[in-house]
Design a protein around this ligand. Structure first.
Ligand code: GLY
Length: 366
């Protein structure tokens, strides 16, 4: 664990400095950041959803105005059901009607759906314009706003259409976390626990030691935690921007987790499904002799201590395996399964069989 004290982290892309991640307690510093990255005097379209807009849209608009030629907004109905090409088309139409040009900029204000969809629109409008991530959920702060994965769902396939397109800035106002429901907030802990498990045992232990401050959303604790998780994600995406290898480790808990998410028809939040998937993948890691039983049981306890689920009901183990089998994370018909070789070190494993996965799925189904 590095425990940086800075309010800024520089992220490189292909070895060249690409964008900064900024941590603040309001939106007020964003105009100065826009000037710093050479975007002052441009048009800015804030793309957000119907949940986030009432809380944060006006404050962000006001903060951007001094650095902008014009600020407009596009608000779409909140939820995964909006993450599709129809919504992208709505944004394109708005941009064309408002005469947005290639030098202008989009701003994604919201969680993962808003960030992924806005990034994809930015990647494709006029063959690519710049965009800024302003994540407002814990999950989007530590995961989806960093690393340039953008995209939308297509029919029933999650993130099936997309592009790699790096943001020009990631600006986090940590106070936005205070408006999240407990469930939405804790869902982000799924990805954060994952960061410790796959990359940093000290950080994993720090999370348990600081559980009370995390649950209370105490500012200094949040800042340390978010910085640490962002730094872990930064390291991974810098070393492997297009998921040729190491970036796949971020999919720990996602192979079975995505299947659960799909089978539960999005009734569970993403981080909750990742938590269930991590419990299953940790069990496989124990059965394959990587983790001790105590370590596996300890992981389950840590996940539960943040009020995240480790079991699910109303679905069938065989369906989980079939659904996961259609997932992008298979390569050449083989599972590309992420396991823990030890706590703090994940590996890509190609030996997990359907039977292994089914047994693990059965273990998390009640
Ligand atoms: N959310 C996983 C990744 O960015 O690769």
């Amino acid at each position: 664990m590095r425990m940086t004290e800075d309010g800024r982290l520089a992220v490189s892309y292909n070895g060249t400095p690409a964008y900064d991640i900024i941590w603040e307690q309001n939106f007020e510093g964003i105009a100065a950041e826009i000037e710093r990255i050479g975007l002052a005097g441009r048009r800015f379209c804030i793309v957000t959803d119907s949940n986030v807009a009432p809380f944060h849209l006006d404050a962000l608009k006001k903060a951007i105005a001094p650095a902008a030629l014009k600020v407009t907004e596009y608000v779409f109905p909140a939820g995964e059901a909006s993450k599709n090409l129809d919504t992208v088309k709505g944004v394109y139409t708005h941009l064309i009607e408002e005469a947005y040009e290639r030098k202008d900029c989009l701003i994604a204000l919201g969680g993962g759906v808003v960030g992924d969809l806005t990034g994809y629109t930015a990647a494709t409008y006029l063959r690519g314009i710049r965009f800024i991530q302003v994540p407002t959920t814990l999950l989007s702060m530590v995961d989806s706003s960093i690393g340039g994965k953008t995209g939308v769902d297509f029919d029933r396939y999650k993130n099936m259409v997309g592009a790699f397109h790096q943001p020009s800035l990631v600006y986090m106002n940590l106070n936005t976390l205070l408006t999240l429901s407990a469930r939405e907030y804790l869902s982000g802990m799924g990805e954060i626990i994952k960061h410790g498990l796959i990359k940093d045992k000290d950080y994993y232990e720090w999370l348990s030691a600081n559980r009370e401050g995390i649950l209370a959303r105490e500012y200094r604790t949040l800042l340390t935690m978010i910085r640490e998780s962002c730094d872990i994600k930064r390291g991974v995406v810098e070393r492997d921007p297009k998921e040729a290898g190491e970036r796949a480790l971020l999919n720990f808990g996602h192979t079975l987790g995505h299947a659960v998410e799909k089978l539960k028809d999005l009734k569970l939040l993403h981080g909750e499904c990742v938590a269930i998937g991590m419990a299953a993948a940790s069990e496989i890691s124990w059965r394959k002799g990587f983790l001790s039983k105590e370590e596996y049981e300890g992981i389950v306890r840590v996940i539960e201590s943040f009020s995240l689920p480790v079991t699910v009901s109303g679905i069938d183990a065989q369906d989980v395996v079939e659904t996961a089998g259609h997932d992008k994370k298979m390569e050449g018909g083989k599972w590309k399964f992420i396991l823990l070789e030890r706590i703090g070190n994940a590996i890509i494993d190609r030996t997990v069989t359907r039977e292994d996965a089914k047994a693990a799925a059965m273990n998390v189904i009640r």
